[in-house]
Design a protein around this ligand. Structure first.
Ligand code: AP5
Length: 182
């Protein structure tokens, strides 16, 4: 079983690349963004609590995110988990290591993309949290809380940096190469 994390700023293509990887491999795609949006849509207690944070582009508190994810992680995955948007800070990364073990993650694909390309992609997509003001806040939250994970996973030897510029197919080819080389 090979577990992989897709790490990178908002709009870098984590969800897009996750879907492509899952078409060709037996992976269980877990996107905390998708799980949270489903909870908001279903108006569950957790969803109602998470909504304001998401609308502002802030991180949803760890307790809520972990409640959503740990049960699913405990069920296991055939070929492995493909985590998209999780972990988002060092404390989530430590909680994940608690669930899967210290060596439970084999690859961390780090999608790198500049702010202007991010802004352009997300404004075109137009999700509810894709207004310029909220995107800029998501970016600053990313720099402050999520980017420290780059050093965290580099130290563990699992970081696989990938340039996320170019077409979806070009990025996918780079992701596959990075996973083979790791
Ligand atoms: P989440 O859903 O994870 O959003 P995000 O990280 O901001 O990522 P995006 O979905 O915006 O981008 P992506 O990298 O997946 O890119 P995508 O493939 O969609 O989180 C949303 C919110 O939920 C957070 O702000 C937070 O509040 C909360 N949350 C989630 N997880 C959390 C956690 N663990 N802890 C706490 N809070 C959490 O691509 C973007 C667009 O670009 C698409 O339109 C796509 O078609 C296009 N595109 C993709 N690749 C290319 C390409 N190569 N060329 C041109 N266009 C492209």
């Amino acid at each position: 079983m090979t577990n992989t994390i897709l790490l990178g700023p908002p709009g870098a293509g984590k969800g897009t690349q996750a879907e492509l990887l899952c078409q060709h491999q037996d992976l269980t795609h877990l996107s905390t963004g998708d799980l949270l949006r489903a909870a908001v849509g279903a108006e569950t207690k957790l969803g109602l609590e998470a909504k304001g944070f998401m609308d502002r582009g802030e991180l949803v508190p760890d307790t809520l995110v972990l409640a959503l994810l740990t049960e699913r992680l405990g069920q296991g995955a055939g070929g492995g988990f493909l985590l998209d948007g999780f972990p988002r800070n060092v404390s989530q990364a430590k909680a994940l290591a608690g669930e899967l073990g210290d060596d439970g993650i084999q690859h961390v694909v780090y999608l790198q993309l500049g702010d202007e390309e991010i802004l352009s992609r997300l404004l075109k997509r137009g999700r509810k949290d894709d207004t310029e003001e909220v995107i800029r806040n998501r970016l600053s939250v990313y720099r402050a809380e999520t980017e420290p994970l780059v050093a965290f996973y580099r130290e563990k030897g699992t970081l696989r940096p990938v340039e996320a510029v170019g077409t979806v197919e070009e990025v996918h080819a780079r992701v596959k190469t990075a996973l083979q080389g790791g």
